[in-house]
Design a protein around this ligand. Structure first.
Ligand SMILES: [Fe+2]
Length: 478
């Protein structure tokens, strides 16, 4: 489809861009712009400049995004991309104009490290200092992975602990959001699933024990069910259909308790990729399916057909190399060369069979129309390759794949479905997301028509500055 990032980087290396020895404080490769520290004070609200097209009529709302935004102090750096401090960005679209603001989540981790001016706390891939004051999981909470609206509250999400509540207008941190006092500091992952009726499901895991959270639309806990998933798989994302919860259990297992956490995981290609399916109305009713060994971070979403088969798409790689090696080296090294994940569709049949259909397209950060959560849909949008420079949309029903290539100087980030007002069709939506333009050293906001991604953005705005490459976001329509 395009020049791969690997070949791009190889070309840049040949041209001498990487001639200097890697230096964590003077990294000048294009990718390094995505992992530079953002300003400690964040960004006050500033207008973005319209650089292409015009804002579509009816598109009004806020795109909130989260991702790691602080990686190093003089003399010390985080050991993994996933350990940067949560930097929450707010892209507000109103009256045809876009405005940007951003702020760090004011976490315990960030307060301690800012005071000491060094990386102190252990993390997913960061060893931390022996003197790190760790009382519970939230002592380490980086609030850096995603963001969600729970009623009128904005929550910055991590993976191993509580949500962090922010003011959705100012992005000021309110504090840790304890969902229920007896379950304080329990994990609440960054991939909650919101049913069309507003009900929120989420999971969180420590080793092979976990919690299934069921929340009302305003974030109140309706139920928290503790369960044993039988093996200590790394579960970053999962899926929910109309009647079932689907928990993929990949063979990357937490077998040793060491610091950093990532070094305690072992890739076990001798084991299958298991999928646990639980009935929403009776969580004790469970089935286990098996697929060949593979690694994943993200799912699209799930639905069930008339025959009772469950379908869900996910982006898979042959092994855990990205998380164990690449995402560590990219903080201090110059090269990102892990092969991108492939979009596949898993089907779980009522008779216990499981099968996998390949799409032939590489991509990550899959997104679907959240109005259809748990129900049949045909589209999934994704960033091509690993952290590529194109946005693609796969149509599972027709097999069609549409893409827009921004060019090798753009690092494309997750794009979300934003429904067109008064419309209900899956194709009747915009896709809204962000790129990091490494040539202009600027962050850009783009809007596509979901029905015509190949035609390019219908509107693009540019910030007067660059912001770090983020992970996930949410669209809050005005
Ligand atoms: Fe994620």
């Amino acid at each position: 489809m395009h020049l791969s990032r690997r070949s791009l980087l190889a070309g840049a290396a040949a041209a001498g861009a990487f001639a200097a020895a890697p230096d964590v404080f003077a990294n000048e490769t294009p990718w390094s712009l995505g992992v530079e520290n953002a300003p400690a004070e964040g960004f006050p609200q500033a207008p973005m400049r319209l650089i292409h097209g015009r804002s579509p009529r009816g598109l009004e709302g806020v795109l909130f995004r989260n991702g790691p935004g602080w990686f190093r102090y003089p003399g010390s750096a985080t050991g993994h991309w996933f350990d940067g401090d949560g930097f929450i960005q707010r892209f507000a679209i109103a009256d045809g104009r876009a405005r940007h603001s951003a702020r760090f989540a004011d976490t315990n981790k960030r307060r301690i490290e800012t005071a000491r001016q060094q990386i102190v706390m252990p993390g997913f891939g960061t060893r931390g200092q022996p003197s790190a004051p760790v009382n519970n999981a939230d002592s380490l909470n980086a609030a850096n992975t995603s963001v969600m609206m729970a009623g009128a509250e904005l929550w910055a999400l991590w993976e191993g602990g509580s949500p962090t509540q922010l003011d959705p207008a100012t992005l000021q941190t309110v504090g840790l959001r304890t969902l229920r006092p007896d379950l304080a500091h329990m994990p609440f992952t960054a991939h909650p699933k919101v049913e069309p009726n507003g009900r929120i499901w989420n999971v969180g895991f420590y080793g092979q024990r976990g919690v299934i959270w069921r929340l009302s639309a305003d974030g109140g806990v309706e139920d928290a069910h503790v369960l044993d998933i039988g093996q200590p798989s790394y579960v970053h994302d999962w899926a929910v259909s109309a009647r079932h919860l689907i928990i993929p259990l990949q063979p990357w297992l937490h077998e040793r308790t060491v610091a950093p956490l990532v070094e305690g995981y072992v890739w076990r290609p001798d084991l299958p990729f298991r999928v646990m399916v639980l009935e929403k109305d009776n969580l004790a009713n469970r089935r286990i399916y098996e697929l060949p060994a593979m690694f994943f971070f993200h799912t699209g979403d799930a639905w069930e057909d008339a025959a009772g088969a469950i379908h869900f798409d996910l982006c898979v790689t042959p092994d855990a190399d990205f998380v164990t090696r690449q995402a560590r080296e990219m903080i201090s090294g110059p090269e990102l060369n892990a092969p991108g994940a492939e979009l596949v569709m898993a089907t779980l049949h009522p008779d216990g069979r499981a099968e996998l259909a390949r799409s032939g397209h590489r991509g990550e950060f899959p997104q679907t129309d959240r109005r259809r959560q748990g129900n049949r849909r045909e589209l999934v949008a994704m960033v091509d390759d690993n952290i590529g420079h194109a946005l693609g949309v796969m149509n599972w029903r027709t097999g069609a794949f549409a893409a827009h290539d921004f060019g090798a100087h753009q690092m494309v980030q997750e794009h979300l479905f934003a429904p067109k007002p008064g419309r209900s069709g899956e194709h009747e939506a915009w896709l809204i997301g962000v790129t990091l333009n490494t040539r202009e050293r600027a962050t850009e906001l783009h809007v596509f028509d979901a029905a015509g991604v190949g035609d390019g953005p219908v509107a693009s705005w540019r910030s007067p500055y660059a912001t770090p490459y983020g992970f996930h976001g949410t669209w809050a329509a005005a």
